[in-house]
Design a protein around this ligand. Sequence first.
Ligand SMILES: Nc1ncnc2c1ncn2[C@@H]1O[C@H](COP(=O)(O)OP(=O)(O)O)[C@@H](O)[C@H]1O
Ligand code: SF4
Ligand SMILES: [Mg+2]
Length: 376
Amino acid sequence: MAQQLLEVNDLHTQFFTRDGVVHAVDGVSFELAAGETLGIVGESGCGKSVTALSLMRLIPQPPGRITQGSIVFDGQDVLKMDDDDVRSIRGNNIAMIFQDPMTSLNPVLTISRQISEALELHLKMDKSEARKRTTELLDLVGIASAKKRLDDYPHQFSGGMRQRVMIAMALSCNPKLILADEPTTALDVTIQAQILDLLKTLAREFRTAFILITHDLGVVAGMTQRIHVMYAGKIVEKADTTELFANPKMPYTWGLLRSIPRLDEHRKAKLVPIEGLPPDLIAPPPGCRFEPRCQYRHDVCKEKEPELTHIPNAKSDHEARCWGTQQGGWLVDTDWRREIGDTRLLEEIKKEVADLPPETKKDGEEPPIVPPPPVH
Ligand SMILES: Nc1ncnc2c1ncn2[C@@H]1O[C@H](COP(=O)(O)OP(=O)(O)O)[C@@H](O)[C@H]1O
Ligand code: SF4
Ligand SMILES: [Mg+2]
């Protein structure tokens, strides 16, 4: 097997609260190769952000703690590193883009100070080099008249422009991995499309591995090579993106497909939320965690928890956590198109999927368009 950039194995992250232990991430495993792009999708509260924060060892402790599992990044076990090494990985190798850039940008420092300081600290650039590189990065993410905006403060930028600044900051140290957690959720739809387009182009040009976290399955369609669907702290369906949209198997994924927000007014009218609420993660249901909301459930679903297993007649790396999709199960041959109803939106999404980023970096390919800055 090819050497992976990131290997997450049986990750458990819990919060020890007065009401009980919240099993926020409950046995999550996945891998990511260098340059590969992955979407993590699921409703609010299913453990996406806690997974991302765990990778960076940013879980607030207390009340949180990673209680089990391993995270190996670039051959190093993140959970066994000392704090200095973790800080260095965060600055140099893994960058994170959040929903609200104001939580990561310092309001009292100019944009130039914030990006240049990181360049001086992590890449040992001198002041003028760092300022020049900052201008290049702002230019690259589409900030008009970048040189003139260097000494502006975050509040002088619009929401979309601030997100562009965050992306420039994320790229500044040539990370091997970018984690983007709902990067466009706070933006209006036109700006959202522009920022997603920018992220897609940059991930492709920099050949950076990229994890895009979102509640909206429509957002990841044209953005990532693989998709992992999360529900109640667990991965419930895993497939490459083309396969997931061609052959979705888990009833929860069908629910997400039905509820994809449409981009225009007509689309908005089509939104069908999944009935009911995700379970309480202090005392999740003992069987399938989706069982209380699933219209396809059988008795076994309530009694025993299904494992993530390969689906018969599907691509080899397509897995689901569902009794119905296992060998001989009642959902193996179900026509999901009939279950979903209106599939016009999915036809639109398929067009976007056709425009996916190129495959993972291979030896002998041309170098990235923007070469890494010199390190002294
Ligand atoms: N600091 C915290 N204290 C207690 N529970 C938390 C904390 N942070 C997150 N959680 C819980 O962990 C679960 C997963 O949250 P999160 O990863 O933020 O979901 P999302 O998929 O929306 O990103 C939720 O039930 C949430 O309430
Ligand atoms: S295991 Fe049962 S309840 Fe859970 S998603 Fe599959 S069919 Fe529905
Ligand atoms: Mg979140």
